[in-house]
Design a protein around this ligand. Sequence first.
Ligand code: ZN
Length: 120
Amino acid sequence: MSEACFECGGPAVGEYAPVPGGNRKVKLCSACMVRVRHDHARRGRPPYGFVVDGGQLLPVEAEQAVIAKIEDLSLDGCNDGEVARALNEQGLRTRVGAQWTHVAVHRVLVRLKRDRAARP
Ligand SMILES: [Zn+2]
């Protein structure tokens, strides 16, 4: 007896980690496996603050909290480098465990602005 597909409840044929290198895996049927893989390849890595789950972007609470902090510091007038330094001083690290840099902070802020602009 096979287990149920995480997506559609059909017979699962394999496991798939929604995040590249992620250790949480979900069981999927062959059709969903193909769909999720395609979707994943199309989207590439999910942006900071999100995971890809079943082809959907789901917010990661801990990362969203860091994003909120980045935005606050930025609104307080900190430049990207100062924000990065503040995060590092608080012991916060990026998804891959690296120190924050002005480039990483900049990327998050640019995406925030773009996402806000895209909303009605
Ligand atoms: Zn399925």
